[in-house]
Design a protein around this ligand. Sequence first.
Ligand code: FEO
Ligand code: CA
Ligand code: CA
Ligand code: CA
Length: 588
Amino acid sequence: AETPQEPASLLGFQAIPIFTGDDVRIAAGYTATVFAPWGTPLFAGDPAWQNGRDDAAAQARQVGDNHDGMHFFPLTEGNSDEGLLVMNHEYVTTSGAATYTWLFGTQDTTITTLDQADKAINAHGVSVIHIARNAAGKWEIKLGSRYNRRITAATPMRLTGPAAGDALLQTSADPTGTLVLGTFNNCGNGWTPWGTYLACEENFNTYFGTTIAGDGRSAAQKRYGLSSGATAYGWELFHDRFDYKKEPNESNRFGWIVEIDPFDAESTPKKRTALGRIKHENAAYRIAADGTVVVYMGDDQADDYIYKFVSDGKYVAGDQRNNANLLDSGELYVAKFKSGAASGDFMGDGEWVLLDRNATPELAGFANQAEVLIHARLAGDAVGATKMDRPEWVAVHPDSGEVYVTLTNNSGRSVTDEANPRAQNRYGQIVRWRETGNDPKATTFEWDIFVLAGNPVKYTDRSDLKSGSANVTADNTFNSPDGLGFDPDGRLWIQTDGNYSNAGEYEGQGNNQMLCADPVSKEIRRFFVGPKECEVTGLSFTPDGRTMFINIQHPGEDGDSHWPDGGTSVPRSATIVITKDDGGVIGS
Ligand code: FEO
Ligand code: CA
Ligand code: CA
Ligand code: CA
């Protein structure tokens, strides 16, 4: 008898094995090219990178450190040869109090000067880089371009939306509560169909400490993770605004989503308070049939929540005036994942709970809606949102609108539920959901687990949840999914930021990596592996799907890497440009 034909797989490449060396590996038939590493000058006439001995002023004009979320904006619609590559510089690797692992070019430098602190400040933020293919087809930076821009942790920006100006956002330097210096710990990113970039502020708490004896933190500051005493960055030693005892509201001005117009280098970035203050991972939009803008967001902390914003206004293609401030007004919701009709089947239903001071009875104790937004985590606590295994990136399928989220791990979990089914979850999972009626504005949804990451090399009994779901094999095993995104054809790209020991619980998993999955068959293949002690993060494509950009973050974070320059060089975060040798679509 004839066997029915399998549907053609979206995955057209041969999977690659794990790798533990200090280099990158990519599937056969593809080329990975290092691009725009930390320290690359962005402006014509500037000196070359000085191997990390560059000062604060130089760093403000160079590509920042620890590349993370990223988006390619075509310069003109559909242009796959020229555009603006916009990327986050999440943080700078530290190795103790006010001690930087690589930033100053000599290992483990403890800072003692204002210029050193300001160099660290300038290594954070966002780069806007005008790039184009040259005559040989190779991507290059357009050094003289008016688009090139560095946004740092000191760049003036505006707080906008319902919480702007609230007393909780006022400081001695800014009694208006609307003007803030800088953005930092920009982890994942988003973008909008009206051509703006969203930089998402994640672990802002780690930048605030105090030089004054005694704890003195509020309950909300503790809930957001501020620590008492000194920080690893040491900025509070040089700038009072990073001392939470001197400026108790400064930290309330971070933890937002920042909207940036990359096409206007003079534009003022805007922190959109309507989307809530959490440790933002990324922001993934979907436009409803009536033009409503929906933005999905994860709060990356063990036992924290998944949110969505639903705009009041409607998106109108091409109407920039209409679209400019759509993220300033709308409703914020938080997710509850329930077991559904059957328990133990890793699927169920869910509910979006409105976080509105006047409409949600559990929030009556908040002073006003501004406080609900500034303390969104506490609002989520009050309504009993589902405690997730560290929500990282969210991605929306380009055709179906199905939404996927990486839950990276949660080794401290003791009480399980069906969407977070393992205690001491070391490996993480990807959960996906479908809004009721396929309407992104719906207040209910159904969900299932797309992959339960696990280690079948270590746990050969496949009934043990630690071995992972059926689509995890000895050939594709990985831990800690983090970066996530779809390409134009609907392939799901999964990037990891996990344990790279390749030993014990992580035996057979190698360095951090990028895999590709078929959302229909659920098959997963390893496509790329990064160098030692890095994470693989950030992803974007040219409109034709023939160039992919990803980032290598913090190679050698513990001191053992000389990637990408080799020899005895200082390791550098960098972008990787991926092309297919036959010029084809990446992944095909
Ligand atoms: Fe910056 Fe949640 O990773
Ligand atoms: Ca169930
Ligand atoms: Ca991340
Ligand atoms: Ca990370």
